[in-house]
Design a protein around this ligand. Structure first.
Ligand SMILES: [Ca+2]
Length: 219
């Protein structure tokens, strides 16, 4: 049995975020300020598998605590609204972030390990999405696809394995300040409209040969 938490209606008529969780895991999850206009905070006190979170784009959300396996996060915000989501769990493995509507994604992995996971945004509209990996995060073998729209991707943490970015159409900016690690970053569709920033150096398509070798360009 799965339980759904949240999903109510705010005073301004907008829908609230939802959290779907296995009944057996209810004791592992604590939702703070769900009806508050500030932030939805999901506190995870023990490892959870198959957690589902639906982001309505009403208030920023943060999930923090113990590890997640096979979590599914969905940006269901309507066009023009932004789903602001921060992941701060110790480790997330096989997490899948998807965007079902035309809402904007503002997704930050502020800390913890983000392993074998995927992020897919703007499959329908051309929302200008922002994906950021903070300086105390580790990304390992992720797949990121941000579709149409001018997207911003920032990698400031440790990088391991091979992470692939398909930034799609639009003037995308990819900023890399790799903290440490031997990971590779594959920019699979880097085009002349896109910009790569590594430290204080800026690269366009014409000069990608000068970019650091851990960044690969594959058509
Ligand atoms: Ca794009």
């Amino acid at each position: 049995m799965a339980d759904t938490l949240g999903g109510g209606i705010n005073e301004d008529g907008s829908l609230q975020n939802t959290v779907v969780i296995d009944e057996a895991d209810l004791g592992k999850i604590d939702i703070v300020q769900l009806s508050n206009a500030g932030v939805t905070e999901v506190a995870v006190s023990a490892p959870v598998k198959d957690l589902e979170i639906g982001l309505a784009g009403d208030v920023p959300s943060i999930i923090a605590g113990e590890r997640l396996v096979d979590a599914q996060i969905s940006n269901e915000a309507p066009k023009g609204d932004t789903a602001e989501f921060t992941l701060a769990v110790t480790k997330s493995k096989s997490l899948e972030f998807v965007t079902s509507g035309k809402g904007v994604t503002d997704f930050t992995v502020s800390s913890g390990k983000f392993m074998k996971s995927s992020i897919t945004t703007a499959t329908k509209g051309k929302a200008p999405d922002s994906i950021e990996f903070g300086s105390s995060s580790t990304i390992k073998s992720a797949n990121i696809s941000t579709g149409k729209g001018a997207d911003t991707l920032t990698f400031s943490g440790r990088m391991k394995g091979k992470t692939t970015v398909d930034s799609g159409k639009g003037r995308d900016v990819i900023e890399v300040n790799r903290e440490s690690g031997k990971g590779k970053l594959i920019l699979s569709d880097f085009s002349k409209k896109d910009t790569l920033i590594v430290g204080d150096e800026t690269f366009k398509l014409a000069d990608i040969d000068d970019a650091p070798k851990f960044i690969k360009f594959e058509a």
